[in-house]
Design a protein around this ligand. Structure first.
Ligand code: AQP
Length: 335
């Protein structure tokens, strides 16, 4: 019998980013920067998950722009197309096909337990779409198509990865060993960047308040103004303290951009105030983003080049996905 498993030297990692809005420093510090630095040790697949993006309403013109912008930013941030595959999810139709097949194996009860859907549907009320409910099945398909070993997930996605493993096990026990079971990779401590306007909410692309996030393509003036306007508390001393979430968030951003140790940062701001920290932090972010922005500008001058990189990415991954889908179809009797 066929199995989609094969021996690979480097572990395969599948990561996705939704083209749902402007990419921010949370996405960069929590994910993209690590993706870029882990390329040599792992066999990475980076997917612009546009089918996931349409589980909430999207303006077609904006969506098109954001898909291209997300891809360009990944390359600008150091994803090397010679080492990693970057592609757009909807360009490989196997994702949607496998998701449908998995839908027919996943009991409703499993999906109804998904806390992310419960939270998002409460906010969206009657506007909530069936696609959002089904999001975990599509995510399972994304991962299982590629014999994925590791999936970097935040706390909010852990339950979806468990569902992916559950459906893979159900398939394997019904039809014989087929899918590799992916393992979660939980990001390092401190990798969750919070909103500048509200440190209790994670920095998010869909956060609508103007001072909520610093975007990767913000100008130096925008970065200064957002950081200077960031929420803080009324205390004075500057040190890492989780009990002071607004300050802690700013210091973590400082730490991640500079690479300095916490004690060094605290020493640097001893006896100083928030204004000094914010001024310094804004410059640190501007400098940290400068090479990414510079490379982004260069890349956008040649749209055909980005297209060719995405075509290259698809041509690396499509054969893997199609092979898996073919095996699945054979196992369940569709071929
Ligand atoms: N605030 C954050 N801090 C650290 N990491 C973050 N990521 C997202 N927000 C933060 C990580 O970025 C990667 C891509 O995220 P995504 O596009 O798949 O979806 P998301 O987690 O839903 O991101 P957003 O920015 O909050 O978008 P919306 O508003 O559309 O939901 C992931 O690895 C994620 O962990």
């Amino acid at each position: 019998m066929f199995t989609v498993m094969s021996e690979a030297k480097r572990k395969r990692v599948f990561s996705g980013i939704q083209p749902t809005g402007n990419i921010h420093i949370g996405n960069y510090l929590g994910a993209i920067r690590h993706w870029a630095s882990s390329q040599v040790g792992f066999d990475n697949i980076f997917c612009i998950v546009d089918l996931h993006a349409i589980t909430t309403s999207q303006d077609p013109r904006m969506l098109r722009t954001r898909i291209r912008q997300a891809a360009t930013l990944l390359f600008a941030a150091g994803i090397d197309p010679r080492l990693s595959a970057v592609f757009v999810q909807s360009h490989v139709s196997a994702h949607a096909e496998l998701a449908w097949i998995l839908n027919c194996l996943i009991p409703m009860g499993w999906m109804q337990r998904m806390t992310q859907f419960k939270e998002k549907s409460q906010k969206q009320k009657e506007r909530v779409l069936v696609g959002l409910f089904d999001y975990p099945a599509l995510m399972a398909a994304d991962i299982l198509l590629y014999e994925t070993d590791l999936v970097p997930v935040g706390e909010d996605q852990k339950q979806h990865l468990e569902l992916t493993r559950d459906v893979a096990q159900r398939f394997n026990s019904t039809y014989g060993l087929t899918f590799k079971l992916p393992e979660p990779v939980i990001p390092r401590k401190g990798a969750r960047i919070m909103g500048l306007d509200d440190p209790t909410k994670k920095m998010s692309k869909s956060g609508s308040r103007p001072g909520h996030a610093v975007y990767l393509l913000d100008s130096p003036e925008e970065i200064r103004s957002k950081i200077m306007g960031a929420t803080t508390d009324s205390l004075r001393e500057i040190h890492f303290d989780k009990g002071r979430p607004a300050l802690h968030n700013l210091l973590v951003i400082y730490e991640l951009f500079t690479g300095l140790r916490r004690a060094e940062i605290e020493a640097r701001f001893k006896g100083k105030g928030y204004i000094d920290l914010k001024r310094d932090l804004a410059e640190v972010i501007i400098e940290g983003l400068r090479p990414v922005q510079q490379r982004y500008r260069e890349l956008t001058m040649d749209a055909a080049y980005i297209d060719s990189l995405l075509v290259g990415g698809v041509s690396k991954v499509r054969p893997i996905a199609e092979k898996t889908l073919l095996i699945v179809k054979e196992k369940i009797g569709l071929r």
